[in-house]
Ligand binder design. Structure first.
Ligand code: ATP
Length: 247
């Protein structure tokens, strides 16, 4: 039983998020398996960022959040954001990825690996420079001097230093040229193939389709459809979302 149905790394039940009484998100059930790359896609305002933020227990506003979030079977809903981060819930936001006035190596050193990572993989600086050769070359450059793609890579690298159990990326494609979007998502794919569990939040459905294992289509705060990417990419609703997002 456990071999075929292991505890999901992340499980969400009856999650609801409201801002000032307006329901922004309502997810009955969602789960992420170990080593899976799942992509949440949907148009502007569908609730993608609200979902990722609720998983982290963080928000720009003051939403009312109800429901249950389990990390490795342990409820984390009542925990403050810093404790969720300590347990490996890491979100790379849309912007403010790196410290502009620190060098690449200072940015990495600032994201000090936790003393107790609870068995999660710890990435050394050398391993990170192997994964991101551009960052190795630019280790003495300031964060503010990096290109958008390099900043995105440094954001991911900083998160790796914190030993993620679930790495969440919010719109990593924003502001990047298509070629760089592919490079960033291919790097994420490599990390997943090495065992990392990733939740990708993307408005760029086309880019997400190329990278993920499973696609979740969100519309007006609800999961409209989900499934293996090879099936979902044939779903006309996904095409609609893609055309809507690119219109
Ligand atoms: P985008 O790609 O534009 O960020 P999204 O799919 O991430 O879109 P959300 O930002 O999660 O969508 O927004 C979902 C809904 O929640 C929208 O109706 C939005 O107006 C509302 N919302 C999000 N954040 C807040 C907030 N801090 N205060 C009030 N309403 C909010």
């Amino acid at each position: 039983m456990t071999a075929t149905n292991p505890t999901p790394v992340l499980e969400v039940r009856n999650l609801s998020v409201s801002y000032a009484g307006n329901r922004a998100l309502s997810v009955d059930h969602f789960q992420l398996a170990e080593g899976e790359l799942a992509g949440i896609v949907g148009a502007n305002g569908a609730g993608k960022s609200t979902f990722a933020s609720a998983l982290l227990g963080w928000s720009r506003g003051a939403p009312k959040v109800t429901g249950e979030i389990l990390l490795d079977g342990q409820p984390i809903t009542a925990l403050e954001t810093p404790e969720r981060v300590r347990r490996g819930m890491l979100l790379i936001p849309e912007s403010d990825l790196v410290f502009a006035t620190m060098t690449v190596s200072e940015n990495l050193a600032h994201a000090a690996s936790p003393a107790n990572a609870g068995g999660r993989r710890l990435y050394s600086t050398d391993e990170i420079y192997d994964l991101f050769p551009n960052l190795a070359e630019r280790r003495n450059h300031l964060g503010g001097q990096l290109s958008g793609g390099e900043r995105q890579m440094l954001g991911i690298a900083r998160a790796l230093r914190l030993a993620p159990r679930v790495l969440m990326l919010d719109e990593p494609s924003i502001g990047l040229a298509p070629k760089l979007v592919s490079v960033v998502l291919q790097t994420v794919r490599t990390l997943v193939d090495e065992g990392l569990t990733v939740l990708l939040v993307e408005q760029n459905v086309k880019a997400a389709i190329r990278a993920v294992d499973r696609l979740i289509l969100l519309e007006r705060g609800r999961i409209l459809a989900e499934g293996p990417v090879d099936e979902m990419k044939e779903d006309p609703r996904v095409a609609d979302a893609y055309l809507g997002a690119s219109a």
